[in-house]
Design a protein around this ligand. Structure first.
Ligand code: AMP
Length: 518
């Protein structure tokens, strides 16, 4: 049995150790030394969690009670702490507050000052030892003498570092290699690289590629086993409760247990797609969901199948996964698709997609496996980028990697004789350009509150955006979503930048192809 005092001592040493490799070695040694049935808890505690990630229990308390006298007794072990946390989490109903308080008081009474400190940090969710999930993952590999890639892959499928560590400890490299996706453990979605031309795409995909409409909605991953359905967003938040209509669709499909990947788009009463902002209202709604389901129906477009009949498909080629998807869906709720082998055919499909009001197309390599979380040349996105010319009217000081630079630029369009804020961005410049821009803006400074430097409006930049949104915060009433500097427009004077009226017209034009909320 490992004493909790050893964990606290490890925490202290980690605090005092600066090097990443040294930290990793300390964690690996600790993980190799604990009992096999303590590994999962050790990993949870190292990542400042009272329970492993896949354990749905929550403590529901903020900290240890203060001023509890030390009572001595046998030393606390990791297992004792785990059991005390479980007791706290499981206390429910009448008198539960008192029961929780008692469990915590008892726990505190058995702990030394240093142990209390680390118990408090776990409860508070921050261990402050500079140990990230990534470092724990590396330490698990080191402790099990397993291949780091195998550990990473297992972590993707199990979704829980504690489970990975327990598997590595129990079965070593072979068990890790055998880990595979499971229903209700969401996988990171595969991502796409931007491509500008179909010739590059066809070259990268060996002369043939699968094109799909790129729908401008939100990513959903739909899992089903039996009658149970789970839905996750791109960032792996669970939105099952907000989307009963998607749940109903999933229950009507074949091939469960399955995992499908797709995009949902919100529609207006006439069936035209609504802006992203509106769709987010659907995702956030947890009360009165039914009313919103009627008001804002969703269109579902599945484009991948990661498991069918309980069989993982992520290593199968795209073409085979699509066949499985067609079988599961019976051909309904599919993304519009064409396989092309010429630039002309690709352009025709792209024109069809944009004419139908979609953002552009995705191009997918027919032979490629599904790479969770991966972004590369297997999937490309091709959009008709929209740009406007904005003037930089202020800049925020950078932090982290951008310290020393003015790196977050306030973008404005012309409004009469003045300028109106329509967004901010720190995207699109190279390091050298940041440096040069910082100098240039400092020379134009009007005032500086220590964080934001307001500047004379002289620098014009071409800004790419994804959508123009209504803005409750900017007096202009409009904001650029996903603004990114495409290039500096040295050739343009501020007086030639886009005007607010023009931006309003662009905003309105979006509704030629998109629906409008009521
Ligand atoms: P982006 O967000 O611009 O990087 O584009 C990638 C996103 O496009 C994905 O995460 C999906 O949410 C969305 N998308 C829309 N249609 C498709 C499709 N047919 N295949 C893959 N992703 C799609």
């Amino acid at each position: 049995m490992t004493r909790f005092a050893d964990f606290a001592a490890l925490g202290r040493r980690l605090e005092a150790t600066a090097g990443r490799l040294d930290k990793r070695r300390l964690v690996a040694r600790f993980l190799a030394a604990v009992e096999p049935d303590e590994v999962a808890l050790a990993v949870a505690f190292l990542t400042a969690k009272p329970f492993p990630t896949s354990d749905p229990r929550v403590l529901g308390v903020r900290g240890l009670p203060r001023g509890v006298p030390e009572r001595g007794g046998p030393p606390l072990t990791l297992t004792d702490v785990g059991a005390a946390f479980a007791g706290v989490a499981e206390a429910t109903g009448a008198g539960s507050r008192r029961a929780r308080e008692e469990r915590l008081t008892e726990l505190a009474g058995r702990a030394s000052g240093e142990e209390r400190e680390f118990l408090g940090r776990i409860i508070g969710g921050e261990l402050r030892t500079g140990v990230s999930g990534g470092l724990v993952l590396e330490a698990i590999a080191e402790a099990a003498q397993a291949d780091l890639e195998a550990v990473r892959r297992a972590a993707l499928f199990l979704g829980d570092l504690s489970a990975v560590a327990a598997l590595a400890r129990a079965g070593g490299a072979a068990a890790l290699a055998g880990a595979s996706p499971r229903p209700f453990v969401p996988l990171l979605p595969m991502l796409a690289e931007i491509a500008t031309g179909f010739d590059d795409v066809l070259r990268a995909h060996g002369g043939r590629t699968a094109l799909e409409f790129k729908y401008d909605g939100a990513r959903v991953q739909v899992h089903r086993e039996g009658e149970r359905v789970g839905i996750w967003t791109r960032r792996l938040s669970d939105v099952t409760r907000s989307l009963p209509d998607v749940v109903a669709v999933a229950r009507g499909l074949a091939g469960a247990p399955f995992i499908l990947d797709g995009e949902v788009v919100a529609l207006d009463a006439s069936g035209r797609p609504l802006p992203f902002q509106e769709l987010m209202r659907r995702f956030r709604r947890v009360h009165g969901v039914e009313a919103l389901v009627r008001e804002m129906p969703l269109a579902l477009h599945f484009f991948d199948c990661l498991m069918v009949d309980g069989r993982p498909l992520i290593d199968a080629p795209y073409a085979e996964r699509w066949e499985a998807l067609a079988r599961v869906t019976g051909g309904r709720h599919l993304a519009e698709r064409a396989i092309v082998d010429s630039v002309e055919a690709a352009q025709a499909f792209h024109a069809r997609a944009t004419a139908a009001g979609h953002e552009g197309v995705m191009a997918k390599d027919l032979a490629s496996p599904y790479e969770p979380g991966g972004r590369g040349k297997r999937w490309f996105k091709l959009k008709a980028a929209e740009t406007v010319d904005c003037v930089i009217i202020a800049a925020d000081r950078g932090s982290g990697r951008r310290v020393g630079w003015l790196s977050n630029y306030h973008l404005a369009v012309r409004d009469g004789d003045g300028f109106a804020d329509v967004g901010k961005t720190f995207k699109g410049l190279t390091d050298a350009q940041f440096t040069a821009m910082t100098e240039r803006l400092r020379a134009l400074a009007l005032d500086d509150d220590g964080y934001t430097v307001r500047v004379r409006p002289e620098v014009v930049v071409e800004v790419e955006y994804n959508e123009i949104q209504r803005s409750p915060t900017y007096p202009s009433g409009l904001a650029l979503r996903f603004a990114r500097i495409a290039r500096l427009r040295e050739d343009k004077a501020p007086g030639q930048a886009t005007t607010l009226d023009e931006l309003r017209a662009l905003y309105e034009r979006q509704f030629a192809t998109k629906g409008r909320a009521g």
